[in-house]
Design a binder for this molecule. Structure first.
Ligand code: 2HA
Ligand code: ZN
Length: 270
């Protein structure tokens, strides 16, 4: 059996949490990540019959039964993951229609997965239905995206168009746009269901006055998605109070669609 701390999925998760902390997106215990793992790769590092604990999830996720996830722990600080991965991360397998999670590794101080586990698992179900290669759900609190939710309308088309107009690459990176939820109580099944519903049509879901969810095939891609949206929000917050002299026009956006073989979300360009 190989050392789990050398597993590419653990190494990559450690790198990602440290990088997100360095970006200022994950103050204190802010943010959480779940990464879908293949059973075959888990088996190289763990005895998958050795269940340490069974933890009730408080929801049902039948489509995820038998699936394995590497998940950040509740109350844990992203800045500490690199120092103690086995305390701050855990690997669980969902059983019993997703009502229970079997802990195979991690949460060594008796902890458990993020309080946002419902939003993560429901979002995985939604994204897997759209794209079977989707393996990552990531949540964090980037300052400019958050700031934008205080001063910009939360209308999804308008919010998306503003971000697209802030950097040329935005429409290429997230042609599906950004969906937005109004403020809701976090950590609940309700916000989980609402987030998953929004994940049917976009890989980015803003939680107003709270943060953002991103989904993607791997950690790098998902990080890059949030990074690009946050960069656009940063530009917006720099210019929103100034007279707007130039912008990226819809005609130019259509040129980008052609050049990069992407299709903007239906109805979002004139
Ligand atoms: O894990 O970010 O939304 C802390 C949070 C809750
Ligand atoms: Zn949060």
């Amino acid at each position: 059996m190989k050392d789990i701390l050398t597993a590419p999925f653990v190494v990559e998760m450690v790198r990602t949490t440290s990088n997100m902390y360095a970006h200022g997106w994950d103050e204190r215990n802010g943010g959480n990540i779940s990464l879908l793992l293949e059973e075959s790769s888990v088996k190289e590092y763990l005895d998958i019959t050795a269940v340490k604990r069974t933890i009730p999830t408080g929801f049902e996720a039948p489509a995820l039964e038998g699936k394995y996830f590497l998940v950040t722990g509740t109350g844990k600080y992203f800045k500490n993951v690199e120092v103690a991965p086995a305390v701050n991360l855990g690997i669980v397998r969902l059983i019993n229609q997703g009502r229970d999670a079997e802990l195979l590794w991690g949460y060594e101080d008796g902890g458990q997965f993020t309080s946002e586990f419902p939003a993560h698992m429901m979002s995985h179900m939604a994204r897997l239905a759209v794209d079977p290669k989707n393996h990552v759900v990531m949540h964090c609190h980037p300052a400019n995206l958050l700031a934008m939710t205080y001063v910009h309308t939360l209308d999804e088309r308008a919010f998306t168009r503003t971000l697209w107009q802030m950097c040329t690459e935005c429409i290429v990176v997230f042609p599906d746009g950004v969906n937005v939820l109004p403020w809701m109580l976090c950590g609940t099944n309700e916000i989980g269901e609402a987030t998953a519903e929004k994940m049917n049509t976009a890989r980015l879901v803003v939680w107003a006055q709270h943060g953002i969810y991103g989904a993607g095939k791997d950690l790098d891609e998902t990080f890059g998605l949030i990074e690009t949206a946050e960069k656009a929000a940063e530009i917006y917050m720099k210019i929103a109070h100034l007279p707007l002299v130039n912008t990226i026009t819809d005609e130019q956006m259509h040129q980008l669609e052609g050049r990069f073989s992407v299709k903007a979300r239906e109805g979002y360009l004139d």
